[in-house]
Design a protein around this ligand. Structure first.
Ligand SMILES: C[S@@+](CC[C@H](N)C(=O)[O-])C[C@H]1O[C@@H](n2cnc3c(N)ncnc32)[C@H](O)[C@@H]1O
Length: 328
């Protein structure tokens, strides 16, 4: 985490880092725009939106939309009708537009900073985002913008935000992976990585793409690693997110946690993989890592999430409503 940077430096680092990451982003994170991806996105949002998700939303705005993981899946699932996607990175916006074209989906895109949205007041029925709030220099100002562009009665929904305690707990499997990595490489017959990989980007989703040989961003590695340190600037306690929403004027605030053992498993495997030559990691291993993650995600969802406090989980989800004027 980097504290002593100006807001402009953080925004600039985010733009450059995500521009570089954009092209290989989907393969790196195993982003899917078919039934699997739709199921993941609906699964996350239903945890905070419940039955309301089924009724859908006419006009949606996504913040930090990246390559379209949330919006393009929600359009296909029929949950949103008229979608607008914003991101600070032109590279991400281009990739999103390519994905939308390929999927024959209509989506409006705009390059925009979350803290200064180029839309009139009360434009949208829902404002949402995935894995974006932790990149924003001034979260409070961004919430004020979400509130401004929402119609009265509209909702915010954010998922995939790193929790402070979850982040600390994730350090254990990362360290464990480094300890056993030499033995693991011997067992699978892989040589060491030519250069350290991008192992430390916040994993807000399934950690192991199934493509053999894919090692995520193809950026010049040193610049990528330097920027990485600048872009992940927050991890939240559930109360932090609730406070931002409350102080901006939202009501019906709900913060939940998701992914615990799935995340430990994911970080452990990603930690191992980052030490190996990606071309020598067998497909069978990648399948094991990916399927194992999905199984543990179900265990988290069905058993641990209803039982344990939100703060323990790796990812936080938040929803809140902009008050509607009372009927006379
Ligand atoms: C971790 S990625 C998540 C992308 C996408 N939501 C997903 O889940 O695949 C974070 C995204 O937030 C964007 N971002 C970072 N800072 C931003 C800002 N100040 N305003 C808007 N978007 C921002 C990045 O460019 C990047 O696309």
């Amino acid at each position: 985490m980097e504290a002593l940077r100006s807001a402009d430096e953080i925004r600039d680092a985010n733009t450059r880092y995500h521009d570089v990451a954009a092209q290989s982003y989907d393969s790196k994170w195993g982003i899917d725009f078919g039934p699997v991806g739709q199921g993941q996105v609906l699964g996350k949002l239903s945890k905070v939106l419940g039955a309301e998700l089924g009724r859908g939303y006419q006009r949606s705005l996504e913040i930090g939309a990246g390559t379209g993981y949330f919006t393009l899946n929600l359009l296909q699932a029929g949950v949103v009708q008229e979608a607008t996607c914003t991101d600070i990175s032109p590279g991400m916006i281009r990739q999103l537009a390519d994905n939308a074209r390929r999927l024959r989906l209509n989506v409006r895109t705009a390059r925009a900073d979350a803290e200064s949205l180029p839309f009139p007041d009360q434009t949208f029925d829902i404002v949402f985002g995935h894995a974006v709030l932790h990149h924003l220099p001034n979260v409070r100002r961004a919430f004020a913008e979400f509130h401004r562009v929402l119609r009265p009665g509209g909702r915010i929904a954010f998922a995939g935000e790193p929790s402070r305690a979850g982040d600390r707990l994730a350090a254990l499997p990362k360290r464990g992976a480094l300890t056993v990595a030499p033995l693991w490489r011997k067992l699978i017959g892989a040589g060491p990585a030519p250069a350290p990989g991008y192992a430390d980007v916040a994993p807000a989703r399934a950690p192991a793409p199934l493509q053999a040989g894919s090692n995520g961003a193809s950026a010049p590695k040193d610049e990528g690693r330097d920027l990485e340190r600048l872009v992940d600037i927050h991890a939240f306690a559930p109360a932090d997110l609730a406070r931002h929403a409350r102080r901006t004027g939202f009501e019906e605030i709900d913060v939940r946690g998701e992914e615990l053992v799935a995340n430990w498993f994911g970080w452990f495997n990603r930690g191992l993989e980052a030490t190996a030559d990606p071309d020598q990691v067998p497909m069978l291993w990648r399948q094991y890592a990916f399927n194992g993650y999905l199984v543990l995600q179900r265990l988290d969802e069905r058993v641990l999430e209803p039982l344990l406090p939100a703060a323990l989980f790796y990812n936080l989800l938040l929803t809140a409503r902009k008050p509607a004027p009372a009927l006379a």
